[in-house]
Design a protein around this ligand. Structure first.
Ligand code: FIX
Ligand code: ZN
Length: 412
């Protein structure tokens, strides 16, 4: 008689073998050339590691930023890997990446690692990373306001279907005075009067870019004090332009809540912080707009429970990911368990937020381990109540959690 495989093994095997659709990254279609970052130096100067590096070295901020990328990477490597043990999640990530690629950081130095990466052919390397990470597609973050990427969209290029687009609109919603001036130079007849004409022109802008990108959803990150409704440009633009646009084109709106931008500007991209979000705003948005679909991720640990309870109340709300400072094994475990226990499988547990292609290897390896543990525990609880889960049911659930449910939500 065949010996039954332990549940933990069955779950882990299915979670690892199921391709994931990574619903939020900062990666770019290969056609964007050098905007798609990869390799050891880009891995080491990732802003998560920059902020950790500054805790260990006393290099002045200006000296750090004016140094070459190689020099910055050397400093970070020395501070975080040679002078101290690489215990943080971002440091461990580098080790998982190297291990997945068959490289041994203990037996090689940065020069040797650099030579290995320099020998890789970009197109083959992209295929290899996506295969190794078992990532079927990644969703990019595409901003019409980004001067580096906009010209390529304007020119047009042949799309890699593994790289999907999302329309990112932070400057529109958080910096209206400056953004309205830019829209005017692009031929949209907007002004600061909050008039129907301005709203219609913003909608035209959103529709143009949605079509140009073939954007799967529209997205924004907002500070902890975002309120809705409110007498602010942000709330007005949402009510009069973004939400009607979403209804008209059937496009979901992703809210990333709780980021305090530039808490320490000297750290540049690494200088953003976190605050507790006012989730009444989210409740009001969901309640007042049943015909809009909202994706939401919140940055503070303290906001997670309230968000999940809101999702129980509003079926037009889909929580996703363990964003940024919550993307650590302990918090992923806590947040995923909380969501499973209150929402079943009707959420998307993780996105990678990768900024460097190779990070897909560690972000998904680490998250898959945690997800497997969380699911095993819940299926074990079910077994204790007499419900023995079958492999095909585990597969159905995992497919749902790794992008299937998200896809259905944004397309419905
Ligand atoms: O706003 C975002 O999409 C954030 O994910 C980024 O701004 C942030 O810098 C990041 O990389 C977090 O992981
Ligand atoms: Zn992001």
């Amino acid at each position: 008689m065949a010996i039954a495989r332990p549940l933990s093994e069955r779950v882990e095997q299915i979670v690892r073998a199921t391709p994931v659709h990574d619903i939020h990254t900062h990666l770019y279609d290969p056609a964007f050339g050098s905007l798609l970052l990869w390799g050891i130096d880009d891995l080491l100067v990732y802003h998560y590691l920059v902020s950790e590096g500054f805790r260990q070295f006393d290099i002045p901020y200006d000296s750090f930023w004016s140094a070459s990328r190689t020099q910055q990477a050397d400093w970070i490597w020395k501070a975080l890997f040679n002078d101290h043990s690489p215990l943080s999640e971002a440091c461990r990530g580098i080790l998982t990446v190297l291990q997945s690629l068959g490289l041994e950081p203990r037996h090689s130095n940065l020069t040797q690692l650099r030579s290995w990466f320099a020998a890789q052919k970009p197109a083959d390397y992209i295929d290899r990373i996506l295969q190794l990470a078992n990532v079927a597609s990644v969703c990019m973050t595409n901003s019409p306001f980004d001067d580096e990427e906009r010209p390529l969209w304007d020119r047009g290029f042949s799309r890699d279907p593994r790289f999907r687009a999302a329309l990112r609109i932070d400057p529109l919603l958080v910096d209206w005075p400056r953004t309205s001036a830019r829209l005017r130079t692009w031929g949209y007849d907007v002004s600061s009067d909050r008039s129907p004409r301005t709203a219609a022109e913003v909608r035209r802008f959103l529709a143009d870019w949605t079509r140009r990108l073939n954007a799967g959803y529209c997205m924004v990150s907002l500070p902890p004090d975002f309120s809705y409704p409110a007498d602010t440009d942000t709330a007005w633009l949402m009510r009069e332009a973004v939400l009607p646009h979403g209804r008209e084109l059937g496009q979901a709106f992703a809210l990333m809540l709780g980021v305090k931008r530039a808490v320490n500007p000297a750290l540049r991209l690494a200088g953003d912080g976190v605050g507790r979000s006012n989730l009444d705003a989210l409740q009001n948005l969901c309640a007042a707009n049943p015909d809009n679909r909202f994706l939401v991720t919140v940055l503070s640990r303290e906001s997670q429970h309230e968000t999940v309870v809101l999702a129980r109340k509003f079926r037009n709300l889909h929580p996703f990911g363990c964003w940024w400072f919550t993307n650590t094994p302990q918090l992923i475990e806590e947040i995923t368990t909380l969501r499973l226990e209150l929402l079943g499988t009707s959420f998307t547990p993780q996105h990678s937020d990768a900024r460097v292609l190779d990070q897909l290897l560690y972000k998904w390896d680490h998250s898959r381990s945690v997800l497997s543990r969380c699911l095993t525990r819940k299926y074990t609880d079910l077994a204790a109540s007499g419900w023995l889960v079958r492999d095909e049911e585990i597969q159905r659930d995992v497919t749902e959690l790794l992008g299937g449910g998200f896809d259905r939500f944004v397309r419905s």
